[in-house]
Design a protein around this ligand. Sequence first.
Ligand code: 13P
Ligand code: ZN
Length: 273
Amino acid sequence: MRSILDYRPELQDVINEVAEVTGYLWQKGWAERNGGNITVNITEFADDEMKAMPAIAPKMQIGKVLPQLKGTFFYAKGTGKRMRDLARHPMQNGAVIRICDDCASYEIIADEVVLPTSELPSHLSMQNYLLETGSKYKATLHTHPIELVAMSHNPKFLQEGVMTKTLWSMIPETLAFAPLGLGIVPYEVPGSIELANATLEQIKKYDVVMWEKHGVCAVGLDIMDAFDQVDVLNKAANIYMCAKNMGFEPEGMTDKAIKDIQDIFHLPKMRPC
Ligand code: 13P
Ligand code: ZN
């Protein structure tokens, strides 16, 4: 069977990277059953033939109007699909969708009729924002990292900035590679428009946001970049929990040590475009 990836080696590379990352998500224990989802904006690879490809399933509603997405193309993980299966067969566990001219609906164009993730409203809201702000970011990731989710069960960590400060202070690399910190989205029903809207507000300031008692959502230049940011933050959460398991409260780097790293490495306080 023909695939949309045939004769499009650059698009194939992007999908290979998605498959590589989904393998990591499974190995890390962050992707039980169908847990987590991904979208990647692949509009830059849409040649005339791809633009002319017919829908292979009836048009479906996003649930929001997203003006920046008119005519854009995304690879999206399928709802109910497993990350570990996607790692081996990305085009059977995800699909390419095109956003229709009404900016409120989409159609599946390839390879198979795999319905996109139930978290599509959140992913596409973030993608719309990224385009609106001229960002080079192309990928959005939602996953269930164990230690970060565990921390979100303590109300203390849900106050603005508290979790970020704790995580940054565990190891300098967290600060260096997740310089914007971690936003907090109070609990909302998975897949809901309310969750999408709350996520959108936080993603304006942060590259990674915590979905209370559920998981995280991250944006990045590509899917590896989004994954790396979650990985460094979860590593810090793991160090915090290891110290607690050894029976003590970790001291954490001092405020001065944190500020020194920010200054020496000229760490951004806002998302660079
Ligand atoms: P999907 O299988 O619909 O992508 O949902 C997984 C998930 O993690 C929902 O939050
Ligand atoms: Zn989830």
